[in-house]
Design a protein around this ligand. Structure first.
Ligand SMILES: *Cc1c(COP(=O)(O)O)cnc(C)c1O
Length: 225
């Protein structure tokens, strides 16, 4: 028995997204029947942050689901998800990018990725500073990676009630997107995604040019770890 009305919650979130903003339903720690409830309403894109959990769900659930890996990904786990993952959202090193290229080539796929920015003020461990991201792109090795497609940027805002600060951080992400788009991807229509906005801040994110929100709790309820 589900004690969360996944279908109603899903439609509530979808109704608040402007045209052109896609929903990645974050299903980590939630069971397969919750995912199926959203699937039956037409949702096809789901995000998970643990390799073993996403593998089990991928095996169990319909094959037309697009899986996004949203968490920190260790390089030694890339080989397990490369055969089926649609997008790896949180790439924060050249080393990880190289490993995705290697494993995607082995299975003859092109894996979409986003570069994760570290903009929030709090000291989270992950993500590229703006300068590190510029450096990685300027270095150019990614241009020799035919099995990796860089589709845009991903970020999390600070975990704060200060909406102005959150807005300011998303705006920094949007401005930085314009910068790197012009400098490195002007001729590449694939570089078009801005993945920001979670349950607590997605309405702010869509005002600051998010194209992809990652919402979990508001659809599936609180996670039980
Ligand atoms: C868990 C998670 C989310 C979803 O967070 P909610 O607050 O449950 O909407 C979004 N993005 C990332 C990277 C996450 O790890």
């Amino acid at each position: 028995m589900m004690n969360v009305d996944v279908k109603r919650n899903l439609h509530e979130v979808l109704s608040r997204l402007p045209d052109g903003v896609r929903l990645v339903a974050i299903s980590k720690y939630h069971p397969a029947d919750y995912i199926m409830a959203a699937y039956e309403e037409g949702q096809r894109v789901f995000g998970e942050s643990h390799e073993q959990e996403i593998r089990e769900k991928h095996e169990q659930l319909p094959k037309d689901i697009e899986w996004h890996f949203i968490g920190h990904l260790q390089t030694n786990k890339v080989k397990y998800i490369a055969p089926y993952i649609t997008m790896i959202e949180a790439v924060d090193s050249l080393r990880l990018l190289r490993e995705i290229q290697k494993q995607a080539a082995k299975v003859g796929r092109v894996v979409k990725v986003l570069l994760e920015l570290h903009i929030a003020e709090e000291a989270t461990k992950y993500g590229l500073t703006l300068d590190e991201c510029r450096q990685l792109l300027a270095d150019g090795e990614w241009r020799q990676m035919p099995n990796v497609r860089i589709c845009g940027l991903m970020m999390m805002a600070s975990n704060t009630d200060d909406e102005q600060q959150i807005a300011c951080e998303f705006q920094q992400g949007a401005d930085f997107f314009d910068e790197v788009k012009a400098q490195f991807f002007a001729d590449d229509p694939h570089f078009c995604e801005r993945s920001w906005g979670m349950s607590d801040d997605f309405p702010i994110a869509v005002q600051h040019r998010s194209t992809m929100v990652r919402v979990g709790t508001m659809i599936f309820g609180p996670r039980v770890y």
